[in-house]
Ligand binder design. Structure first.
Ligand SMILES: CCCCCCCCCCCCCCCCCCCCCCC/C=C/C(=O)SCCNC(=O)CCNC(=O)[C@H](O)C(C)(C)COP(=O)(O)OP(=O)(O)OC[C@H]1O[C@@H](n2cnc3c(N)ncnc32)[C@H](O)[C@@H]1OP(=O)(O)O
Ligand SMILES: Cc1cc2nc3c(=O)[nH]c(=O)nc-3n(C[C@H](O)[C@H](O)[C@H](O)COP(=O)(O)OP(=O)(O)OC[C@H]3O[C@@H](n4cnc5c(N)ncnc54)[C@H](O)[C@@H]3O)c2cc1C
Length: 647
C-alpha cells in the first residue's frame, strides 16, 4: 500500500464530521471561509514560495523577505484589507500568518502601532497613526538593551528634558545601554518607540516610551547621533534570520517634548512631571497585548507540527510484518500514541484557551477605557502565565514531533527544524518564561495572603475562596471511567494548585525578609505557578495526560493516591484507543494547505517517499556530480593513499 492510500484509508475511519470540526477549529463559518480563501491565495502566488528558503544565504534571505513584504502590502491594498485610518483588517493578519515568514512588518503592526495606540495621547495618535497605518513610516519597539531585557526598570538609556529648547535628549551612556534585539530595527525601521529613563532636573522618573525617528525618510541613512546595525545570525538557518534584529546607540539625539508617549504621564513645558491617575504598569501595556497574541498563536505552531507527525506516523511502517504482509503503521505503537496524542489534544486545548484569553483581554481593555483598573493584575497574571505555559509546551511539542518522525524529521524538507527554530525564541521574547511565571507566583502568593483579610479572590483565582475545602479534599475516584467526569478532574487540579500555593505562602512566611524568601523559594514558586496555569487550561477544556505527567504533584500533595494515579493512566490508554481512528481526521480539521505546512512528511496526499526522493536531487550539492573542491581537497588525499599503498 502507498502512503497515498494509507491516508485515504485513515480518512475513511473518522467517526466525526471533519467539515464541522473545521468550523470549530476556525472559530466560526465566517472565519473558516476567510482562512480558507487567504491561505489558497497565498499558496498560489509564486512570490510567496518558501520551499527554497533553507538554501538561501542571509543577504538573499533578507532581500527575499523585503520582496515578500512589499508584495504582501500591495496585495493588502489591492484587496482592500486595510482601512485608510483604521488598523488592519483580519484578512491582512491572515495573509501575514499564511505567508509564514517573520518580518519587520510584525513589529511595526504588532508593537509599534499598539504602543502608540495604548500609550499615546489622542493628539499623538492623530499625528502618528495615519502615517503608520499607511506605512509611510515604519516603526519598531526598542526596549531591550545589551545589559537588560527582563529587568525593564534596569534600562539605562536616558531621555533628559532640556527646558531651554523644549526637547528631550536621548542618550546611550554605556555600552550596556545599547538597544539590542528589536526586530525591524537593524535595516528597515525609520522610527522606533524607544524606552528610556526620564530625567528632569537631575531627577530620575523611571522608564517611559518616546517616539524617535532613526533614519532619513529620503535616503534611509541614520540621522545624526544615531548608530544602527543588525546584531547577526541567529539560531537556525532561515528561521528567524529573515528578521533584522538590531543594535542602536544614541549620542545626545534631540526630539521634541511632544514625542514622549504621554497617556500615562506627562511632562509640561515648564518641566513638571504629572502622573495621571492610572497605574504606572500601563506603560507595559503593549507587552500584555503581544503576550495574548502569542498565546493565540501557540496552537497554530503546535498544530502544524502535530499535523505533520500524525500524517507521517500513519504513512510510516516499521516492524511487525507476518508472512510478507504489511509492516505496522508507527501510529499504532502505544508509545507513539502516548507521545503524539497528548500533543494533538494540547493543540486543541490551546486553541480554546487562546479564545478565552482574547475574551479576557478584550474585557480588560474595555474596563481600562472606563477607568476601571481592577482586573489589570488578573489580566497581567493570565497573559504572562499562559504565554509561558503554552510557548514552553509548544516548543517542546514541536521538537517531540520531530523525534516522532524519526530520521526524516531531521531533514529541512520535513518542515520541523525550521518550525522549531522560528518558534523557540517565543519562550524568551516578550518576557522570559521563568521570569513571567514568577510574576504569576507573586500574584498567587498575594491572593493567598489576602484571604485572611477577607479579600474575595476573583477570576482565575476564585477557587482559592474554597481553600478550606480544597485542603481537605481527597479524590474519590474508584474506577478508570471516573476520570472522564470533568468535575473530578477539575477538583483534583484545583486542590493541587491550591496546596502548592499555600505551601509556598507558608514557607515564605518563615522569612523575615519577604524578597529574600521569594528568591530562595523561586523554584517552588514557579512550580506552583505552572500548576495554577494548567488549571486555567483544564478549566477551559480537558486534562488527563497532564495529570499523568505531573502525577508526583498530585500524589505528594495528597489529592489522589497511587491507585487513583494508575486508574488515570488506564483511562488515558482507553482514550488513546478512541483517538486512534480519528487522528488523521482531527489534523485534517486544521485545514492547512501543503504550502503552509511546508513539509513533505505532512503532505495531504501522503505521497511521502517519491517526493522525498525527488526533493533530495534539488539540493545545490547535487547540481554537479563531482563536488566543487574535489580537485583541491579530495583528490590529493586519494592520491596520497594510493602512494602509501604502493610503498
Ligand atoms: C514577509 C511577510 C510580510 C507580510 C506582511 C503583511 C503586511 C500586513 C500585515 C501585518 C500584520 C502583522 C501583525 C503581526 C502581529 C504579530 C505580533 C507578534 C509579534 C511578536 C514579535 C515578538 C518580538 C519580541 C518583542 C519583545 O521581546 S519586546 C520586549 C519584551 N520584554 C519583556 O517582556 C520584558 C519582561 N519584563 C517585564 O515585563 C517586567 O520587567 C517585569 C514584569 C518582569 C517586572 O517589572 P517591574 O520590575 O516593573 O515590576 P515588579 O515585578 O516590581 O512588579 C510591580 C507590579 O507591577 C505588576 N506588573 C508587572 N508587569 C505588569 C503588566 N505588564 N501589567 C500589569 N501589571 C504589571 C506586578 O504584578 C506588580 O504588581 P504588585 O505590585 O501588585 O505585586
Ligand atoms: C528573537 C527575539 C526577538 C526579540 N525582539 C525584541 C524586540 O522587538 N524588542 C525588544 O525590545 N526586545 C526584543 N527581544 C528581547 C527579549 O524581549 C528579551 O531577550 C527577553 O525579554 C529576555 O530578556 P533577557 O535577554 O534580558 O534575558 P535574561 O533576563 O538575561 O535571562 C537569562 C536567564 O536568567 C534568568 N533570569 C533572569 N531574571 C531572573 C529572575 N528574576 N529570577 C530567576 N531567573 C531569572 C532567565 O530565566 C534566563 O534563564 C527579542 C528577543 C529575541 C530572542
Amino acid at each position: 500500500m502507498e502512503g497515498v492510500d494509507h491516508l485515504a484509508f485513515e480518512r475513511n475511519k473518522a467517526q466525526f464530521d471533519v467539515d464541522e470540526m473545521k468550523i470549530v477549529w476556525a472559530g466560526s463559518r465566517e472565519d473558516f471561509e476567510l482562512s480558507d480563501r487567504i491561505s489558497r491565495l497565498v499558496a498560489s502566488d509564486p512570490v510567496f514560495r518558501k520551499d527554497d528558503r533553507a538554501a538561501l544565504g542571509r543577504k538573499e534571505l533578507f532581500k527575499n523577505t523585503l520582496r515578500k513584504a512589499a508584495h504582501a502590502w500591495k496585495r493588502v491594498i489591492e484587496l482592500r484589507l486595510s482601512g485608510e485610518f483604521s488598523a488592519l483588517e483580519p484578512e491582512a493578519y491572515k495573509l501575514r500568518a499564511f505567508v509564514d515568514q517573520p518580518a519587520f512588518t510584525d513589529l511595526h503592526w504588532g508593537m509599534f502601532v499598539p504602543a502608540i495606540q495604548g500609550q499615546g495621547t489622542d493628539e499623538q495618535q492623530q499625528k502618528w497613526l495615519p502615517l503608520a497605518y499607511r506605512m509611510q513610516i515604519i516603526g519598531c519597539y526598542a526596549q531591550t538593551e545589551l545589559g537588560h531585557g527582563s529587568n525593564v526598570q534596569g534600562l539605562e538609556t536616558t531621555a533628559t528634558f532640556d527646558p531651554k529648547t523644549d526637547e528631550f535628549v536621548i542618550h546611550s551612556p554605556t555600552l550596556t545601554s545599547s538597544k539590542w534585539w528589536p526586530g525591524g530595527l537593524g535595516k528597515v525601521s525609520t522610527h522606533a518607540v524607544v524606552y528610556a529613563r526620564l530625567i528632569i532636573d537631575g531627577q530620575d522618573y523611571g522608564v517611559h516610551g518616546f517616539i524617535v525617528q532613526l533614519r532619513s525618510l529620503d535616503d534611509h541613512l541614520p540621522l545624526p547621533g544615531i548608530t544602527i546595525g543588525d546584531i547577526g545570525m541567529k539560531f537556525g538557518n532561515a528561521a528567524y534570520n529573515t528578521m533584522d534584529n538590531g543594535v542602536l546607540t544614541f549620542d545626545h539625539v534631540r526630539i521634541p517634548r511632544n514625542q514622549m508617549l504621554m497617556r500615562v504621564s506627562q511632562v509640561t513645558r515648564e518641566g513638571k512631571y504629572v502622573h495621571s491617575n492610572v497605574p504606572r504598569q500601563l506603560v507595559y501595556g503593549t507587552m500584555v497585548y503581544v503576550r495574548q497574541k502569542i498565546v493565540a498563536d501557540a496552537s497554530v505552531a503546535l498544530s502544524r507540527a502535530v499535523c505533520i507527525a500524525t500524517r507521517y506516523s500513519a504513512v510510516r511502517r516499521q516492524f511487525g510484518s507476518h508472512n510478507g504482509g504489511l509492516e505496522t503503521q508507527v501510529i499504532d505503537y502505544k508509545t507513539q500514541q502516548s507521545r503524539l496524542f497528548p500533543l494533538l489534544a494540547s493543540a486543541y486545548a490551546f486553541r480554546f484557551v487562546g479564545e478565552w484569553l482574547l475574551w479576557l483581554y478584550t474585557d480588560v481593555t474595555e474596563r481600562l477605557k472606563a477607568k476601571d483598573f481592577s482586573t489589570l493584575p488578573e489580566a497581567h497574571a493570565c497573559t504572562a502565565g499562559l504565554k509561558s505555559l503554552t510557548t514552553t509546551a509548544t516548543a517542546d511539542g514541536i521538537e517531540e514531533c520531530r523525534k516522532l518522525c524519526g530520521g526524516h524529521g531531521y531533514l529541512c524538507s520535513s518542515g520541523l527544524p525550521e518550525l522549531f527554530a522560528v518558534y523557540v525564541p517565543a519562550c524568551t521574547y516578550e518576557g522570559d518564561n521563568i521570569v513571567l511565571l514568577l510574576q504569576v507566583a507573586r500574584h498567587l502568593v498575594k491572593t493567598v495572603s489576602q484571604l485572611s483579610t477577607g479579600n474575595k479572590p476573583v477570576g482565575t483565582t476564585a477557587y482559592m475562596a474554597r481553600l478550606e475545602q480544597l485542603l481537605q479534599y481527597h479524590s474519590d475516584v474508584k474506577k478508570a471511567e471516573d476520570w472522564l467526569k470533568p468535575n473530578v478532574v477539575l477538583e483534583a487540579f484545583e486542590a493541587r494548585a491550591a496546596r502548592m500555593c499555600v505551601a509556598c505562602a507558608q514557607n515564605l512566611s518563615k522569612f523575615s525578609n519577604p524578597e529574600e524568601g521569594f528568591q530562595e523559594l523561586a523554584a517552588d514558586l514557579v512550580e506552583a505557578a505552572v500548576a495554577h496555569c494548567q488549571l486555567i487550561v483544564v478549566s477551559n477544556v480537558y486534562a488527563l495526560s497532564l495529570l499523568h505527567k505531573h502525577l508526583g504533584d498530585f500524589i505528594s500533595t495528597g489529592c489522589i493516591d497511587p491507585k487513583q494515579g494508575s486508574l488515570a493512566n488506564e483511562q488515558l490508554r482507553n482514550l488513546y484507543s478512541q483517538v486512534r481512528p480519528n487522528a488523521v481526521a482531527l489534523v485534517d480539521a486544521y485545514n492547512y494547505t501543503d504550502h503552509y505546512l511546508g513539509s513533505i512528511l505532512g503532505r495531504y496526499d501522503g505521497n511521502v517517499y517519491p517526493k522525498l526522493y525527488e526533493e533530495a536531487w534539488k539540493d545545490p550539492l547535487n547540481d554537479s556530480i563531482v563536488p566543487d573542491g574535489f580537485k583541491e581537497y579530495i583528490q590529493p588525499l586519494l592520491k596520497q593513499q594510493l602512494r602509501n599503498a604502493r610503498l
